[in-house]
Design a binder for this molecule. Sequence first.
Ligand code: PLP
Length: 403
Amino acid sequence: MSSPLASKLASKIRARQQALAEQGLLRQRQALSTDAVLSDAEPQFCFEGQTYLNFSSNDYLGLSRAPELIAALHRGAQQYGVGSGASPLVTGYNEAHLALETKLCQITGFESALLFSSGFSANSTLCKTLFDKQDVVLADKLVHASIIDGLRDSGADFKRFLHNSTESAERLLAKNTVSALITESVFSMDGDIAPISALSALCRAHNAWLIVDDAHGFAVLDTMVGNTSEPSDIDAQIVTFGKALGCQGAAILGSRELIAFLVSNAREYIYSTALSPANAALALAAVEHCEAHPELRQKLQRNISIFKQLCQDADIPLLGSDTAIQPLIIGDAEQTLLVAQKLKAMGIWVGAIRPPTVPVGSARLRITLSASHSEAAIRRCVKGIAQVLTEVALPRVSERPAR
Ligand SMILES: Cc1ncc(COP(=O)(O)O)c(C=O)c1O
C-alpha cells in the first residue's frame, strides 16, 4: 500500500515523464559493450549486437583506451588499492593526489590545486563556496549546468551576458559591482572558443575575478592551460580529466589562498570520499602522456580539418567551430532524434542534443572528433550525414537563415 505522499509523488513523476515524452525530450540510457573497444584502435562500441563508429565521446585524444594508461591505472591500484577509503581531510588524501596537484600547477602556472571526483562537483562547489547573496556574478549565456546550479545554490545575484560577447559583458560590468565573471574555454555544445584575453582585460579593469571552466580545452588546445598564454589572466580554472585525458575527475586551480579557503569551506570536498589515488596516478600519467605525445593533438587537428572540409564539400551546414566539437543544428528535438536514429542505422553514433541542454529550437547533432578516428571513418560519417540530411530534407548551407 503506498502512502498518500508516495502516490502524490508517483503522479508527479508520471506527469513529468509523459510531458517530456510528448516533447521528444525523454532521456534513456543504453548499456554499451566495451569488448570491441579495447581490441580496436578505431573508436567504436557494440550495442545490441551491432558495432557503431563512435562520434559522440569527449575522448578527444583517444586516451581512454591507451595501453600505457590502462597499465598506469593497474599500477596505481596495485600501489594504493582501488579506493581512497575516506574524505580528503580524514585519511583520503595521499601522495598520489599531491603529485597530480603539483604537476597540474607546474604546467598551468597556478600556485595550488584541489582534486574532485568530477568536473560537475568542482564547478558547483567552487561557485557555491565562493559566492553568497552579496555577490553579483556574470556568466556566459551558455555555461555548463554545474556552474548554473552552483550559482543558484550560492544565492548570488547572477546575470548572464550574451554568448562570447565582450560588449554584453562590459555593459553588465559597467552597471554592477561584479565579483567575478565565469566562462568556458571551449563551449561544450557549440565548440567555439571564449575570448579569454579580452574578458580578462575587462575583469582587470573592473576589479572582478575571471573564472574559466576549461573542461573541453585542457590538453587539447595548443597550450595545456587552454586558450590563454598567461595563467595570470585567470583567477581560477577548472580542468577535468574525463574529456581529453580519457579518465575521470577534475581539479580547481588557483591561488594558495583560494585553495586553502576551499579546503576549509567546500562541503563537497570536506564531506565526500576522495578521488581514488589510483585514479589520481592515472590522471598524472595521462597528463605526462599528453606532454610526451604532441602528435596526438596534431592528429586531432588534422581530423577536424578533414571533417570540416568534407562537410563543406557536401554542403553540410556546420556551426563553424574549429575544435573537436562540431555541432549541426537541426532545430526541432524530435527531428534531431530521427536524424541520429537514421545515422545509427548506418552504424554511426553521434550525440543528439536537445533542450534543456541547449536552447529551445536549437536541438542538434553534436559530432565529436578524436585523434584516433581514421580518415576512412570520418569519410563514412560525413557521407552518412549527407545522405540522412537529404532524406529528412534539412536545408543545406546556402538555404539556411542566419542564426
Ligand atoms: C563545460 C563542462 N564543464 C564541466 C563538466 C563536468 O565535468 P565531469 O564530466 O567531469 O563531471 C562538463 C561535462 O559534461 C562540461 O561539458
